[in-house]
Ligand binder design. Sequence first.
Ligand SMILES: *Cc1c(COP(=O)(O)O)cnc(C)c1O
Length: 397
Amino acid sequence: MNKNDSNSPPAGGAGGAAYKLATKLIHAGAEPDPSTGAIMVPIYQTSTYVQEAPGKNKGFEYARSQNPTRKALEEALAIIENGKFGLAFSSGVAATDAVIKLLNPGDEVICGNDMYGGTYRLFTKVFERFGIKFHYIDMHDADNVKKYVNANTKLVWLETPTNPLMNIADIAAIAEVVKGKGILVCVDNTFASPYLQNPLDLGADIVMHSVTKYLGGHSDLIQGCLVMNDVQLREKLYFLQKSCGAVPGPMDCFLVLRGIKTLHVRMQRHCENGAKIAHWLRAHPKVARVYWPGFEDHPGHAIAKKQMRDFGGMLSFTLKDDSVANAMRVLSSTHLFSLAESLGGVESLINHPASMTHASIPKEERIKNGLTDSLIRLSVGIEDADDLIGDLERAIG
Ligand SMILES: *Cc1c(COP(=O)(O)O)cnc(C)c1O
């Protein structure tokens, strides 16, 4: 950013850090294009960069290693997560993959027993083969984490709220438990988004997002990211990003830069609609249980209130007639809620975790952790709440 130009947007680098979230979301990473003044970061659709002389370049050599559109996005992601460095990946699981590749055979990871099915699959089916040991535990109580810490522990992998049961883990308390032991804490912040929760402020070392969801916000791309403060950690993860090659294309980075600009406005409505639907469902005579951290009797409510700014647009529920057939009937009778995997887009989605997003978790494991065959998950969009409730009312019958 041209520091002498008072008309430059308050963006970029450390400059963006002084502003409040809504301002950061609009201006982070968005510096006028130096050659044309274009207010939007151009889509640098290029694989390579012409060098003046061998090794003499403008900081860009080959697009797996550097791309200006990706760089602008990575700066923006860092700023909105209150971190120093951002790295964008071709998907959320690619970002997770990079974090686990920091480890060596024999290292141990402590992670939750309720998490995104694709993360579980990556851990159990890919990385266990390479000699990394994962402990899938109840993260409700930070003291429970303590029990699994040993000399081989190198990482705590946290998801909060969890997908799909909306369990809450106390990020600050867990970070405190492992502090000073050389154990990294990485938080999958996909469900909360940076609008609701900033794990680095609570003591985490790395924040991971499936950018595909709320950050992208429009169900039109797949992407992941990591944000961190430690420069050495950034160098290791950047090395993995360029060496393993799971980088997003510039068009997708541009779309995410666009999506981020409305994150606060979208999230506010996601939260409002989510709360209305959670309360409506809970009062419905045919509904058995609603999983939403905004309820005062939710076991994680006090922690959610402490570490999140609101409760988000994700919730799950079961019906009193808890047969799979009844759940299937509801799942196939909504019109506004589209039956689909994924979440965090402006449109509402309905999902059957047992057969869709979480099918890669063995049935016994799922049931043991409370993810039953009749659980229905909603990603509440930003349509009119009354219309969404009307749609659920007709479907539940
Ligand atoms: C979707 C999702 C992921 C995986 O991200 P992709 O972008 O689909 O690779 C990881 N964690 C959570 C919580 C998710 O919802």
